[in-house]
Design a protein around this ligand. Structure first.
Ligand code: ZN
Length: 310
């Protein structure tokens, strides 16, 4: 009797082990099948994300720049163009209107140098003890390198105005713009030791020639830790009209009187001799008016035709 019971218990035990084994195996198989399907789904999603990421990425020299979303579609371009025209009308910022008794701050800025005219301008600024801002383009000859250094050594602000200054190249694509941006930044850094923080877009942020949406470039430059400056006063030396030195002064003075902060656009390219000639009278007129003449620094209110959005 004991023996029979023991045999039956044994059989039960063996049956239990077999059933248990099959149950565990089945559960494992089902679990494996489920995870295979789930992994397949995850791989598909990763592939999709990867292809999207690859499409939006391009090679950059600087590793530390923030990379925003960027799409070049007809729709966006049109929307931004509308905004540019709207901004054009609102260049006049009522908060910047000067009232009687306000001290006016004036930032003299020179674009398109360095050239021989830069030397003349630097001499005059030195005579008057005035500091200004030079938005330079890329030139690697010895004279130009010496001028970059002189700008920095004499306490002026050196800033970027693109390397090539060729609108058709610069604004042809996002890659072209930022390659150029890196080139002028690196040239200034390597020749003067100054890592420039300020940029002026050739044609301004409101230019209509760029094939890439300026709003996106403005956002990008700004998000990368740089400040771009446009202008609210110009001496007119970029126009086809050959103004006399007195007229160049008059063009500035009639607008400076209106604003608390004026960023004055002028040029120091080789042909702009009248701008250099106009400078002593301009500085004297501004100082007679009690204006504070300063170089652009991080404290300067950014005068921008298109405001960066982040
Ligand atoms: Zn320019």
């Amino acid at each position: 009797m004991d023996k029979k019971q023991r045999v039956q218990r044994m059989i039960k035990l063996i049956k239990g082990v077999i059933i248990g084994y099959f149950t565990v195996s089945m559960i494992t198989i089902i679990a494996l099948v489920i995870s295979v399907f789930s992994l397949k789904g995850q791989i598909k999603n990763l592939n999709r994300e990867l292809s999207v990421a690859t499409k939006n990425t391009y090679t950059f020299n600087m590793n530390d720049l923030y990379m925003p979303e960027f799409e070049e579609s007809e729709e966006i371009t049109e929307e931004i163009e509308t905004r540019i025209y709207a901004e054009d009308i609102s260049f006049e910022n009522p908060e910047n209107y000067a009232a009687d008794g306000d001290i006016r701050t004036v930032y003299l800025t020179f674009d398109d140098g360095p050239s021989a005219v830069t030397d003349e301008i630097l001499n005059i600024l030195d005579d008057y003890g005035v500091k200004a801002t030079f938005f330079v383009i890329g030139r690697e000859d010895a004279d130009s390198v010496a001028r970059y250094k002189r700008i920095v050594d004499e306490g002026h602000t050196i800033a970027m105005h693109s390397y090539t200054h060729k609108y058709s190249e610069l604004y042809s694509s996002r890659e072209a713009f930022f390659t150029d941006f890196n080139n002028i930044r690196n040239l200034i850094y390597n020749t003067t030791g100054v890592d420039p923080k300020f940029y002026r877009f050739p044609g301004g942020s409101s230019n209509k020639v760029s094939k890439i949406p300026m709003q996106d470039i403005c956002n990008y430059v700004s998000a990368s830790g740089f400040t771009y400056f446009d202008w609210n006063v110009a001496n007119g030396d970029a126009k086809g009209i050959a103004y006399t030195p007195d007229e160049l002064v008059e063009n500035v003075m009639k607008d400076v009187v209106k604003y608390k902060t004026s960023v004055v656009l002028m040029h120091d390219a080789a042909a702009k001799k009248n701008t250099a000639k106009s400078l002593p009278k301009l500085i004297e007129s501004l100082q007679d008016m009690g204006c504070l003449l300063l170089p652009i620094t991080e404290d300067t209110p950014a005068v921008q035709h298109i405001t960066a959005q982040q």
